[in-house]
Design a binder for this molecule. Structure first.
Ligand code: ASP
Ligand code: MG
Length: 422
């Protein structure tokens, strides 16, 4: 039994969906559970719909949603012949669910509406792909993952109820997946016990797939991406980036923690806990080796670079020249918790605390305001946080040349520097 995850880029055109069909057709000799994201940039487009709705700009919200509708209808028309009408009926049900909501006035919190609207991206993409595969005689069952993945109501970052979900997954394992069955469902979304849709955090489909892999005791999980493999740096920023064909869970969890965009940070734990290998493969060329991530030791890794841009430095200085104590740090971390906000790096000095955070202006302002009762707060923007794992002096000097370094933190394995943007 294998779990496949196809991301938004792998289903963002007719040709790509056809290529997904070819990949699945090559792996039909075993049970397959397939998790798919929303097409291309649909999630971003739906975020704009929610923003307009919450700003009580109903016309705009409906108009933006209409664009999403048209894109999906057009794709379905190109792909489907016999199955088109059945697919259209399914898509229309989802459209109606959202449109009803958009006609209301917002009375609850933003994050609740976000999840009710944004979840439709995955429902639409999977409906289209499922109908297409069936048309190609790749017989599969489409499931609404909201009947399987149960979560709490922490909208936009919901936590999975593993007990409920495990039972629902066991049912699928004993039923639909028997006899080399194929199940196709959504990543990223779930549902509360009150039947409200939830989402698991942006890019969360990798995690959904890992939850399934864990509960199915899958032989492996494959994430199909548009890159040849995991690289030791972002090739768009560092053209000399090299492929990494073998990594272990620990390395990937560290990379994700420091901000590498490769795989959603929550993905590794469910796989590691059951020793399930994670394969990263290129959907543009499935013959390429890709990357295997497992529990085995990996020797001789090259320097691995993660660059986080648009970083902000908060300098918090104690008001009366007193030393920064446990009390100060505790108060500060309480604030981070309150605003659901995590520093990417912290450093203490005698009378100062330094925190490096993502540039989320509203949260920063709110946090700075509250922190100003205990600290003098200064904010510096437009910085980059560079992390190098397995660094060498030579490599470090090369990539930090001509940059002003504001903070540095170092262990024998990892070096992190906060620097001015180029
Ligand atoms: N569609 C969601 C997003 O774009 C989830 C995912 O792609 O993993 O964040
Ligand atoms: Mg995606």
């Amino acid at each position: 039994m294998k779990v496949f995850k196809f991301g938004g880029a792998s289903v963002n055109s007719v040709e790509r969906i056809q290529a997904v069909g070819d990949i699945v057709a090559d792996h039909m000799q075993q049970p397959l559970l397939i998790v798919i994201s929303a097409m291309g940039k649909t999630t971003n487009a739906l975020e704009k719909v929610v923003e307009a709705f919450y700003a009580e700009n109903k016309e705009m919200a409906l108009q933006l949603f209409d664009q999403v509708k048209q894109q999906h209808i057009t794709t379905a028309k190109y792909l489907l012949t016999t199955g088109y009408l059945a697919c259209e009926a399914q898509l229309k049900d989802f459209f109606t669910e959202v449109e009803w909501l958009l006609h209301d006035k917002p009375v609850r919190e933003y994050d609740y509406y976000y999840d009710q609207v944004v979840c439709v991206g995955e429902l639409l993409s999977t409906a289209i792909v499922s109908h297409y595969l069936n048309q190609q005689h790749i017989t599969n069952t489409w499931l609404d993952v909201r009947d399987i993945i149960r979560t709490d109501d922490n909208f936009r970052d919901a936590i999975i109820d593993w007990d409920f979900t495990a039972k629902a997954v066991a049912h699928i394992k004993e039923g639909l997946l028997k006899d080399n069955g194929i199940v196709l469902t959504q990543g990223f979304i779930g549902c509360t016990d009150e039947n409200e849709s939830t989402t698991l955090g942006r890019e969360g489909s990798d995690y959904s797939a890992a939850v399934f892999a864990n509960l199915l005791d899958a032989e492996s999980q494959t994430i199909w991406k548009d890159v040849e493999s995991v690289m030791n740096a972002d090739p768009k920023v560092f053209p000399e980036a090299k492929p990494l064909h073998h990594l272990n869970y620990r390395e990937v969890i560290e990379m994700a923690f420091y901000g590498a965009q490769v795989i959603h940070p929550k993905t590794i734990k469910p796989l590691q806990n059951k020793s399930i290998p994670l394969l990263v493969k290129c959907f543009l060329n499935p013959a390429l080796p890709g990357t295997v991530i497992d529990g085995n030791g990996v020797k001789e890794l090259p320097p691995i670079v993660v660059l986080k841009e648009k970083q902000v430095l908060l300098e918090l200085t104690s008001k009366d020249f007193s030393f920064v104590s446990e009390h100060h740090s505790t108060e500060l971390f309480k604030l981070f918790e309150k605003f659901k906000f995590k520093p990417n790096l912290t450093q203490n000095a005698a009378i100062q605390l330094h925190c490096v955070v993502d540039d989320l202006s509203e949260k920063i302002e709110a946090l700075a305001l509250e922190a100003s009762s205990i600290f003098d707060v200064s904010i510096r923007k437009n910085l980059s946080l560079l992390t190098i794992r397995h660094y060498t002096g030579e490599y470090y000097n090369k990539i930090t040349a001509n940059r002003t370094i504001l903070l540095k933190q170092q262990t024998p394995e990892t070096i992190q520097v906060l620097m001015t943007e180029e």
